[in-house]
Ligand binder design. Sequence first.
Ligand code: CP
Length: 328
Amino acid sequence: MQSPGGLISGRFHYAAGSLLSVTHLSVADVSAILEETSRIAALEISERAAMLRGRTIALLFYESSTRTRTSFELAAKLLGATTTLVSDKSSSIEKGESLKDTGLTLRALGAECIILRHFHSGAAFVLARETGLPVLNAGDGMHEHPSQALLDLRTMLTRLHGTSAARRVSERSLEGVTVTITGDILHSRVARSNAMLLPRLGARVILCGPEPLLPEDAHGLGAGIEIDRDFDHALTQSQVVMMLRIQKERLAGLELDLGDYIARFQLNAGRLAAQAPKALVMHPGPMIRGLEISDEVADGPQSATEEQVANGLAIRQALLVRAMGGMR
Ligand code: CP
């Protein structure tokens, strides 16, 4: 729930501008973020560089990242902010310093906002509570990746309905659009954030994968979400297909028959041409080519993977301006 002073979740109060979960955003909030994204994108470089000049933003990463970390850092720099990066390697986190103490240290050094990626679900909530700073959740364990869902939304709207449709949304913006998310749903914060956001804008979401990676209780994510374990059947109904990698680092002893997985769930040229020749293909990255997606599909005309990355830079500028209290 959003309040004038910030975000209230349970009995805690978080700084305004925090983005911890897509569930904290109303449809009007999502629309305002998209509008701000388009407004910033249209600015001259010098105007943009003045927006956060003199402000300090910290990136705190306990897990590897290429897209999220780089795009948040470049977004902050494009807006004129000073950035600092602390990663779990080569910092006092290696010596056992807690998340709370690391956050308080960054605050004492002048950080006005912290972008956090952490392996524990809920870590962004803890950091926001302990520091009182706006925190942007850049992925917390198997929980959420809210900025990814927003950049995916902007990519979908642009490809399906055109640039002007990506400026604002309503509860009906994705009516008639079926999005199939396929792969390791269980461990995917990207799947969770998208599945909790897209149906609120009218989309139908189909989750697809084998039982070990997609438990039956995934229905509990909310309304507008279905499970279909037959990928070919799901594809025939889809305007968008979002592929996910198998998160080996979170499998914890789970054995998968990769040959069987590839046969049933790989998005390859033959399957795409036969079942969904017009569908938009998305992948949050990192892609494991030859496993969940083939080279021809990843590099083909239906693929929007590079647009997703570019939209990450655009959306994250708006999220930083919002976090620093500068959104119109
Ligand atoms: N999509 C995504 O979160 O990618 P990175 O892990 O490279 O940031």
